[in-house]
Design a protein around this ligand. Structure first.
Ligand code: AQP
Length: 349
């Protein structure tokens, strides 16, 4: 039975990269799948420990989910800290995962900066908590942007090592399935999750530098389009976006070595649910001075209704708080089933 899980950190304003790389996919997946979407507030402490706006930002991510079209009555929307089992399973995974695996994570290296000794233990263990988020619900599919690929590989490594280390104990519970890892028979409890990364904009790049990903932490606000930007700001940012002097090519091959052009075409394609090739059929041969206003109109048409609905939802927070509370209760009930089995497998009395 496929189960979709993904999370977004309440660490600042959501931007177009978060929307196209993650939230838009969440919306599409809910049509045919059972989905759990989480505001990962425990992860947010790794970015900023003392955070006066954490509650507001948690609500605002939930508002973005709902304003984008996620139905919290059919699926589960909640904030991570409501379900303590995330931390409990993460502790077990801390004991399964190896230090070397964590030290190799490029996100840890980027965020820890030059003096990794001074980074928090939480930042190093971030992928272990992420593995717990996903595997607590025994999720099978995880829609994320391309930057999370390495963390999902680590989630698979943790699941695999747990399955191998505890295979005899899993067999006793009768809750696993027989698989082979190499030639070794393993009774697997946790599934191998599939990352869902594809699409025309799996990594939306900065509008100021096509080689850097669009990011909440970029000091230049012109580098990103925020979901809360008004229409004029969106148009201004796209107008100022860096481009090269050539016009748009007729085919995708012509985007090679042109990161800024590739990025803008990818954004257009993702926003209009088309392929890049299809977008270039329409705009190939034209100048950016023609393409940019069309892109700005499209971005405003998609984002303005989301922006307006987010503002409406944020004006009276009771509704959001109720959704998160009910979602948390439903998530906790599912998590309890996994944790009872995991405690038994591990040997906790
Ligand atoms: N630029 C991006 N393109 C495509 N997808 C992206 N995601 C983030 N940036 C891009 C995806 O958004 C989801 C939620 O991300 P997160 O809340 O875990 O935050 P993050 O990856 O740390 O996002 P930021 O904005 O880039 O923050 P900083 O500046 O702190 O690094 C994930 O699925 C992610 O892949």
């Amino acid at each position: 039975q496929p189960l979709v899980f993904s999370g977004v950190q309440p660490t600042g304003n959501l931007h177009l990269g978060n929307y196209l790389g993650a939230i838009r996919k969440f919306v599409a997946l809910q049509e045919k799948n059972d989905c759990i979407y989480c505001v990962v507030d425990m992860h947010a402490l790794t970015a900023q420990l003392v955070h006066d706006e954490l509650k507001e930002q948690t609500r605002s991510i939930a508002a973005a989910f709902i304003a984008s079209g996620i139905d919290p009555t059919k699926h589960i929307v909640f904030n991570q800290s409501k379900v303590a089992a995330h931390a409990e399973l993460a502790w077990i995974f801390n004991c399964v995962a190896r230090m070397g695996w964590m030290n190799r994570m490029t996100q840890f290296k980027d965020k820890a900066g030059k003096d990794a000794e001074k980074a928090s233990l939480g930042l190093l263990a971030y992928p272990s908590l992420m593995a717990a988020d996903i595997l607590l619900y025994r999720a099978t599919h995880v829609p994320v942007g391309d930057d999370q690929k390495q963390h999902l590989e680590l989630t698979r490594d943790i699941a695999q090592k747990f399955n191998i280390d505890f295979t005899a104990q899993i067999r006793k519970t009768g809750k696993g399935v027989d698989i082979k890892v190499g030639d070794e028979p393993v009774h697997a409890y946790f599934p191998m999750v599939e990352p869902l990364i594809d699409g025309p904009a799996p990594r939306v790049m900065s509008l100021r530098d096509g080689t850097k990903k669009m990011s909440k932490s970029d000091p230049s606000d012109l580098s990103r389009i925020n979901l809360m930007d008004d229409s004029e700001t969106i148009a201004k940012k796209i107008k100022k976006a860096k481009t090269d002097p050539d016009g748009l090519p007729g085919e995708t091959d012509g985007l090679a070595g042109r990161p800024e052009a590739d990025n803008l075409v990818g954004i257009y394609a993702a926003l209009s649910d088309r392929s890049k090739a299809d977008v270039l059929k329409e705009f190939g041969g034209q100048q950016f001075s023609t393409f940019k206003p069309a892109l700005a109109d499209l971005a405003v048409a998609v984002l303005a209704p989301i922006n307006a609905e987010m503002r409406r939802l944020m004006a009276a927070t009771d509704h959001i708080d109720t959704i998160l509370k009910e979602g948390g209760d439903r998530a906790a009930a599912r998590a309890a089933v996994t944790m009872a089995e995991v405690r038994d497998i591990v040997g906790f009395l």
